[in-house]
Design a protein around this ligand. Structure first.
Ligand code: ADP
Ligand code: MG
Length: 614
C-alpha cells in the first residue's frame, strides 16, 4: 500500500500567490507611496490625482494630514506639525534647531508636541502620515497590504530607525525592511542588476530643505554605503529665497513685510518650477513683473549649488575615491528637476546624471521594487541579507517534524512540499508549524496551528496538500496550505524570531545536536507506529467491505494478528512493533490479492457487488 503519494516532477506547480507590498518615502517635506503592478513600479495618487503628500499633520477635531493640514499652517502653527522627521529618534536636549512648537517631556526622553488633541510624540505624528498613505494604497490597490518598505536617510542612526519602525507599526504596517534612501534610488534605476560588480554610485539628493549626498558601492549583490554628507538646511527653499533677494534688488524694493515676503517666496517657487519646463518665465512681486531666464537663474543660485559641490568633494575624499571611480550619478529630490542643477552636477562629475525617473518619486519607486521582491513576487532573487536562525517545519503523523526550511537558509525564502491525507474520507487537516532542530514536535517550539478544511473526501493518500513556507526579509514566516484537486486553501502568518529569547534559541540549537541519536530512534519508532496504525485502519475498512471473501479461519487469523499489533503499539519496543507489523502484513497482502481478483472478476462481468444483493 502506497503510504505517500509523490507528485510527478514538474507537475502541478501553481505560480505562487501574488502578495501586495508597498514602498513609502517618508520625507521631510513630502511623502509618497508606490507599488509594483503588473511588473511596473508606480506611485499612487490620492483621490484628486495628486502624488505628493505634504508631510504635515494638523491636530484639530481629529488629525488631518497633507494638503488639508497645510491650510492651518499660518493660523494654528502649534497644532500643525511640519518636518516631524527632524524630531524622529531625538531626545529633547538633541533638538537644537529653531521651531515654533511647545515641547514637553524630560530632557533625555522623546519629546511630545503639545496640541489641542493632547501630547503627540514624533512617532505618533509620523504614524498619522503613514496611516494616510496606507489608506491611499488600500483604496488604490483594493487589496490588503501585506508589507511595506520604508525609506530612511542613510545617516539615520539606530534610534531614528527604531522610531521610524515604531511609527510604521503604530500605523498598522508590516515593515518588511527599512531601506536607505540612496539605495532605494539606485534600485529604482536597476543599478543592483549591473553585471559588472564593484561599481560606485553617487546619489545627489536635493530636496525642499535638505541636501544629502551618498556614495554607494555595489558588490556581490549588496549595497554598501561608503560615505555620506549633506546639509540639514540647504534645499529648494533656499533657491526660492535667493530668487526673492535678486528680485528685490532688481525692483529696488527695500523691505517686505511677513505676508509680502511669503507671497514673494511663493511666486519665486512657482517661477523656479516653471523654469524646469520653459527657458524663461515671468515673476510678479508687489505688482511689478520681471523676466527670469535660465541664464540669470543659474547665476542667482550658483552660491547654493557651489555649496552642494563642496560637499560632494568632501564625500568623495571620505570614500577615498576620485571622479573616475564613479560609474553613475543618480539625481534625487524635487530640486534636481531644475535644469541648472542637472547642469552643474553633470559638469562636476563629468558625466550625464541619471534623471529619467521623476526625481521626487525615485525613492518611493525603489522602495516599492524592493518591497515587491521581499514578499516574494519578483522572479529574480532579492538582495541577500539574513539567514533563518532555526529550522522551520510542520508536524506530521505521530508527532514527527518534517523540516521545510533548515536553519541558516538565506532569507527571503519560500519552500513548498506536498503532503497527503491519513484516513479515508478525511476532510480536514491540522497544520502545526514548529521551529527547532529536533525530530519530535514535543521537543520543538510550537509557532502556530491552523486547519485546512473542505478537502473533498478521498481514499487515504490520494489528496494532494501543498504546503508553502515563506520567510520574508524581516524574518516573518507565513505558511499556506492548499488542496490541489479542489483548490481549497488556508494560511497563517507567524513571527518566528520575535518572542524567542536568546536563551531559548541557544537551548533549541544545543538540544538539536545533543539528541541527534536519540531522535533518530524516536523517529523510527514513531514512523513504525504510524505505519502500523495506517495498516490497521486500512484493514478495518477492507473488512467492512469484503469480509465475505474470507473463511472464518482466515478472519480469525487476521483478527488476532491485528490484536497483536495493536498491543505492541502501546509499548516502545520497535522490534516487537516491526515483527507484529510483518505478521499482519502477510495476511493483509493475501486479503488484498483476493479483493483485487474479485474486482477484476466484477470488471470483466461488468457488474458490481451491489448488483448481487438486489
Ligand atoms: P523632500 O525630500 O525634502 O521631502 P522633495 O524632494 O519633495 O523634498 O523636494 C521639494 C523641492 O523640490 C521644493 O523646493 C520644490 O520647489 C522643488 N521642486 C519641485 N518641483 C520642481 C521643479 N519642477 N523644478 C524645480 N524644483 C522643483
Ligand atoms: Mg526626499
Amino acid at each position: 500500500m502506497a503510504l505517500l503519494q509523490i507528485a510527478e516532477p514538474g507537475q502541478s506547480r501553481d505560480p505562487h500567490q501574488h502578495r501586495t507590498a508597498i514602498g513609502i518615502d517618508l520625507g521631510t517635506t513630502h511623502s509618497l507611496v508606490a507599488t509594483v503592478r503588473s511588473g511596473q513600479a508606480q506611485v499612487l495618487q490620492d483621490d484628486q490625482g495628486r502624488v505628493l503628500l505634504p508631510s504635515i499633520v494638523h491636530y484639530g477635531q481629529k488629525p488631518t494630514v497633507g494638503y488639508q493640514a497645510k491650510e492651518y499652517l499660518t493660523t494654528e502653527p502649534q497644532n500643525t506639525i511640519v518636518s516631524v522627521k527632524r524630531f524622529m529618534g531625538r531626545a529633547k536636549t538633541d533638538i537644537k534647531f529653531q521651531h515654533p512648537y511647545v515641547l514637553s517631556g524630560h530632557d533625555h526622553q522623546m519629546p511630545s508636541f503639545q496640541t489641542v488633541l493632547g501630547q503627540k510624540t514624533p512617532v505618533e505624528i509620523s504614524s498619522d502620515i503613514l496611516k494616510s498613505l496606507k489608506v491611499r494604497a488600500e483604496q488604490s490597490i483594493q487589496h490588503p497590504i501585506n508589507g511595506a518598505v520604508i525609506t530612511v536617510p542613510a545617516y539615520f542612526d539606530e534610534s531614528q530607525r527604531q522610531a521610524t519602525r515604531d511609527a510604521a507599526q503604530l500605523a498598522g504596517l508590516n515593515v518588511l525592511r527599512l531601506l536607505n534612501e540612496p539605495t532605494a534610488a539606485a534600485v529604482a534605476y536597476g543599478l543592483d542588476k549591473q553585471l559588472t560588480h564593484d561599481q560606485n554610485y553617487v546619489i545627489y539628493d536635493l530636496g525642499g530643505g535638505t541636501f544629502d549626498v551618498s556614495i554607494l558601492r555595489f558588490t556581490q549583490g549588496v549595497f554598501e554605503v561608503l560615505a555620506t554628507g549633506g546639509h540639514t538646511a540647504l534645499g529648494g527653499d533656499d533657491l526660492d529665497r535667493l530668487i526673492v533677494k535678486w528680485a528685490k534688488k532688481q525692483l529696488n524694493i527695500d523691505t517686505l513685510d511677513n505676508a509680502q515676503y511669503a507671497h514673494a517666496l511663493m511666486a519665486a517657487r512657482q517661477a523656479k518650477e516653471q523654469l524646469s519646463e520653459q527657458t524663461s518665465v515671468e515673476i510678479t512681486i508687489l505688482q511689478q513683473t520681471l523676466i527670469l531666464d535660465r541664464n540669470s537663474f543659474e547665476q542667482i543660485i550658483k552660491i547654493a549649488l557651489d555649496k552642494t559641490l563642496q560637499v560632494c568633494q568632501r564625500v568623495l575624499r571620505d570614500a577615498k575615491l576620485d571622479l573616475n571611480d564613479i560609474q553613475n550619478v543618480v539625481l534625487v529630490g524635487g530640486s534636481t528637476r531644475s535644469y541648472a542643477v542637472q547642469k552643474v552636477v553633470a559638469q562636476f562629475f563629468n558625466q550625464t546624471p541619471l534623471c529619467t525617473i521623476n526625481p521626487d518619486e525615485v525613492v518611493a519607486i525603489g522602495a516599492a521594487i524592493t518591497a515587491n521582491q521581499l514578499v516574494g513576487n519578483a522572479q529574480e532573487d532579492a538582495l541577500l541579507l539574513d539567514v533563518t536562525p532555526l529550522s522551520l517545519g510542520l508536524e506530521t503523523m505521530g508527532g514527527l517534524v518534517e523540516r521545510l526550511i533548515s536553519r541558516n537558509t538565506a532569507i527571503p525564502v519560500a519552500r513548498r512540499q506536498e503532503f497527503t491525507t491519513y484516513q479515508d474520507g478525511q476532510t480536514a487537516m491540522l497544520i502545526h508549524v514548529v521551529q527547532g532542530e529536533r525530530d519530535l514536535v514535543e521537543h520543538c517550539r510550537s509557532l502556530g496551528r491552523f486547519i485546512l478544511r473542505g478537502i473533498p473526501p478521498m481514499t487515504a493518500g490520494q489528496a494532494k496538500i501543498e504546503v508553502t513556507f515563506q520567510v520574508n526579509a524581516d524574518g516573518l514566516l507565513s505558511v499556506s496550505a492548499k488542496e490541489l484537486t479542489s483548490g481549497v486553501n488556508a494560511h497563517i502568518d507567524i513571527k518566528p524570531s520575535y518572542g524567542l529569547s536568546d536563551q531559548d534559541m541557544e537551548r533549541l540549537l544545543v538540544e538539536g545536536f545533543e539528541f541527534a541519536e536519540e531522535d533518530k530512534h524516536l523517529r523510527a519508532l514513531q514512523e513504525a507506529k504510524v505505519e502500523a496504525q495506517r495498516e490497521i485502519e486500512a484493514l478495518t475498512q477492507a473488512l467492512i467491505a469484503d469480509a465475505n471473501l474470507l473463511t472464518q479461519v482466515q478472519q480469525d487469523k487476521l483478527e488476532s494478528a491485528t490484536q497483536l499489533l495493536s498491543e505492541s503499539l502501546k509499548h516502545t519496543d520497535l522490534d516487537a512493533i516491526e515483527k507484529a507489523s510483518q505478521q499482519l502484513k502477510k495476511y493483509s497482502d493475501a486479503f488484498a490479492a483476493l479483493r483485487m481478483n474479485q474486482h477484476i472478476d466484477q470488471a470483466l462481468k461488468g457488474t458490481k457487488l451491489d448488483d448481487w444483493s438486489k
